[in-house]
Design a binder for this molecule. Sequence first.
Ligand SMILES: Nc1ncnc2c1ncn2[C@@H]1O[C@H](COP(=O)(O)OP(=O)(O)OP(=O)(O)O)[C@@H](O)[C@H]1O
Ligand SMILES: [Mg+2]
Length: 277
Amino acid sequence: MKPPAARAHRDMILEVANLTMRFGGLTAVDRVSFTALRGEITALIGPNGAGKTTLFNCITGFYRPSEGAIRLHRPGALPVDLHRLAGYRIARSGVARTFQNIRLFPGMTALENLLVAQHNTLMAASGWAVGAVLGLSRYPAAERAAIEVARRWLLATHLLDRADDPAGALPYGAQRRLEIARAMCSSPGGPALLCLDEPAAGLNPRESEELARLLLEIRADGTSILLIEHDMGVVMKISDRVVVLDHGRRIADAAPAAVRSDPKVIAAYLGEEGEEE
Ligand SMILES: Nc1ncnc2c1ncn2[C@@H]1O[C@H](COP(=O)(O)OP(=O)(O)OP(=O)(O)O)[C@@H](O)[C@H]1O
Ligand SMILES: [Mg+2]
């Protein structure tokens, strides 16, 4: 039998090592290290301003970290240094994300939002337009396939009956689900790693319950998830591991039950309430 460390390394999908992000004099992420395992839901929690979104922005290439490394591990391939790549190349290597504030195209229909997300796949099939101009294109087949992928995710997110509605006209909870559908459509065969920034924010209890079920389905289909979330009901129910940040530092990294009873974590959240008074 292999020692646990070797097993963990083999199963790793994301490795964050000594990551630091400074904005002028403010250190938003301070020497944070953790790993996320393949096929798991890893939650990233912590009080407001802890550095969670900043960490996501480093992983997905919105920010270039001040120090440290972020590596994506894929079976049978060399690790990818995400901290050196531009955002579009990070997306192409199989990392998808949603945003804390919804960023859909509100005037486009739900279906169109999911087709736009597949732009790269469609353009590649058109030979980056040259093939299409010459009439040699595989484009119609690729377009049909793209519509099929979009329909699959509209179905999974209970939005099939809203396919032709403008995204901006959908209720808030439906827009949140559409964002997840869009992220799932963004790479062929689905992303290797899905990064969700507070997907349950603003949802009612029934919608949160549905969201939890959707994330478990996505995990079962083989996409690993990194989940920023304040809704502890959702986090404790579906996460395999929980990493806790406070003031930019990692203060805990353990199974959900252990994190819930960790005095350092409880103190960090109580401190937040104290600061609000
Ligand atoms: N672009 C930026 N420029 C300057 N400071 C920033 C920037 N982005 C974030 N910060 C600061 O970095 C710290 C961490 O912010 P971040 O948004 O990562 O926290 P968070 O954990 O996502 O919080 P929340 O739970 O409220 O979303 C905060 O003090 C924030 O003001
Ligand atoms: Mg945030």
